[in-house]
Design a protein around this ligand. Structure first.
Ligand code: 7PM
Length: 280
């Protein structure tokens, strides 16, 4: 079974890993605010770990359509103290960022194991920045940018186009001296895709993985595609659909699932593992 090289860690991918999403809430008031932010991030991290998270994903810039602009300085100020504080927890730390400057700061602090980039290292200098390290990398597909990506997404063949894009980004990483064992691919659910596109990607996840040539990470937790399917408008109320989506992705070969609700997802994956190990 393949190992995933991820900064300070080497992770076995013999069962699906759980990446817990850590909120780094914008709390920009006073010094008190900064302490609050750190303390609540630490408390949330501890909860995610108790519930069974294998990796923590920390992001300081919302990639939601229409989200307010966050400067690189502000993004760095949000995530770096959290990464530094969490480094003692002995769990792989993922940084959700698109910016070379934020990657550089986190790498220099030695406080990151995985770069989770929704623009697949397309920022100027990003490839070179991560190439000289040992961090894992998640290359995600998106069409367009957060402000316009849900406007009118179109594909000739979404499965083929997403798979081919990931394959090209993997090749580029290899050409920059990044070994394949450091790479994950991600179809980017909700990033410039209609509900039908998202469903096709889930239905044909094995094809995407094969074209990407690396293990897949998937994130559907609480996303609007699940709102569309269930009619549930409140993201935090989409637990059942989120767990089902993670389970379906794992059944179709996803090696990492990125979720808010670690405990419920862990239980679902434990049932899947029991079924896979049981024989008549
Ligand atoms: C608002 C809307 C806030 C959407 C946050 C989001 C992914 C990711 C995100 C994903 C990887 C969310 C998204 N989604 N990274 N970062 N894959 N690798 O729902 O699907 O968490 S942000």
């Amino acid at each position: 079974m393949t190992d995933f090289v991820c900064g300070r860690y080497t992770l076995a991918l013999d069962r699906p890993l759980l990446m817990g999403i850590l909120n780094v809430t914008p709390d920009s008031f006073s010094d008190g605010g900064r302490f609050n932010r750190l303390d609540s991030a630490l408390a949330h991290a501890e909860r995610l770990l108790e519930e069974g998270a294998d990796i923590l994903d920390i992001g300081g810039e919302s990639t939601r359509p229409g989200a307010p602009y966050v400067s690189p300085e502000e993004e760095e100020a949000r995530v770096l103290p959290v990464l530094e504080r969490l480094a003692a927890l002995n769990v792989p730390l993922s940084l959700d960022t698109r910016r070379t400057s934020v990657m550089r700061a986190a790498l220099q602090a030695g406080a990151v194991d995985l770069i989770n980039d929704v623009s697949a290292l397309e920022d100027e200098g990003a490839l070179e920045m991560v190439a000289g390290s040992r961090v894992g990398i998640c290359l995600m597909h998106k069409q367009g940018n957060p402000d316009n990506m849900q406007h009118n997404p179109q594909y000739r063949d979404v499965v083929e186009e997403v798979g081919a894009y990931l394959g090209r980004r993997v090749t580029l990483c290899l050409e920059h001296g990044i070994v394949r064992e450091r790479l994950l691919g991600d179809p980017g659910f909700g990033f410039g895709k209609t509900v039908a596109h998202n469903l096709l990607l889930l239905q044909h996840l094995a094809d995407v993985e094969q074209q990407a040539g690396v293990p897949l990470l998937v994130g559907m937790s609480r996303k609007s595609m699940l709102g569309a399917v269930t009619g549930e408008e409140v993201p935090a109320e989409r637990l059942g659909a989120s767990v089902a989506a993670a389970l379906e992705a794992a059944r179709r070969g996803a090696k990492v699932v990125r979720v808010h609700d670690v405990k419920a997802t862990r239980q679902a994956l434990q049932l899947l593992a029991a079924l896979e190990q049981n024989h008549r």
